[in-house]
Design a protein around this ligand. Sequence first.
Ligand SMILES: Cc1cc2nc3c(=O)[nH]c(=O)nc-3n(C[C@H](O)[C@H](O)[C@H](O)COP(=O)(O)O)c2cc1C
Length: 350
Amino acid sequence: MKLTSASCQIAYWDSGKLRIANFLTRRTFVANPVTLDLIRFFFTPNTIQKALVKFSAYTRESVAASILKLIEAQLLLEHGSVEWKRDKQVESSWGPWLPEGGFHFMTKDAPYVGSDWPMEEKMKALPATPAPPQFKRIAAAAAIRLPAPEIQADAFFETLHARRTHREFAKAPVSLESVSSLLQTTWGVQGYADTNVFGKLPYKTSPSGGARHPVEVYLVALRVKGLDRGIYHYQAKDNLLSKIPGKASARIASDYCAGQAYFGEAAALFIMTAVFPRTMWKYGRARAYRVVLLETGHLGQTFCLTATRLGLAPFTTAALKDSLIEQDLGIDGISESVVYVAGVGVPAGR
Ligand SMILES: Cc1cc2nc3c(=O)[nH]c(=O)nc-3n(C[C@H](O)[C@H](O)[C@H](O)COP(=O)(O)O)c2cc1C
């Protein structure tokens, strides 16, 4: 059996100790700095026997123990294994955005404060220090009083002001027409721009860096009149829904939203994923990762405003069980990964 060092690793000093992390599996390991030599040795696939010969200046027991610890921490992988293939996939598809892009993987599947925790427990999760001031005031600068805003009797401003995050929904379904409006308005293609260098690029209602539009959307239909309960992929180019395998239920929807039971009561979820290579192909620097996240924010706001205008109750959440969602959507979580979820229902009391 040959072992190879994981490509998805970063090392840093943590309170005087060298910590090595596999940012894909999120396993971390406190290592003696000489371990780095062992890791370097295994960047060429090698056997444990060869390592024992190479590091014969150390006792066999200590070298073997270090190798075992590295295997346990998934910093050494069996060459050709499933884990090795996933590691290689990150290296090949995220290459231009590494190591900074490790942030994306390190922050997946975070533990969340449970919505059912007693308030006392929730408070314990907060720092003991007071919250920072909510507003900034530059004391030395002269302040100019702005004219009082005119109350605009205009649908756009009314919609903006009416948008709120909803966490309670009526049992009634939403119509397929509403779901269609939400999909087309937020994620649909509105037209194309002809460019010399990049060919035909889609226009949507939200801006997208380089018009790369890396965001895909999947509909989890829980109560949509005229549509079977289930999970669908929205084909933005042709305005179609394709049913994909996978069940939809209140329980599953709440699980996707990291156990927030109230979001399971919504009528539909809209799961936004990012196909990173679309943006990475043009923008080879890791800063473009920010661009992808910013874009989902634009889409989230457009979704909320459209839902509000349609008389529906929208919400968005970034508290997600990433790996669970990715598994159910049949995406690899590497070249395409979940980023943000929006949802909608009929407002409670209606
Ligand atoms: C990126 C993002 C993530 C959010 N995640 C959650 C969440 O996980 N759960 C939740 O109940 N609200 C979530 N919210 C909603 C905020 O709590 C809400 O916007 C805030 O309380 C202000 O209320 P408003 O949206 O009605 O103005 C999120 C909002 C944003 C922008």
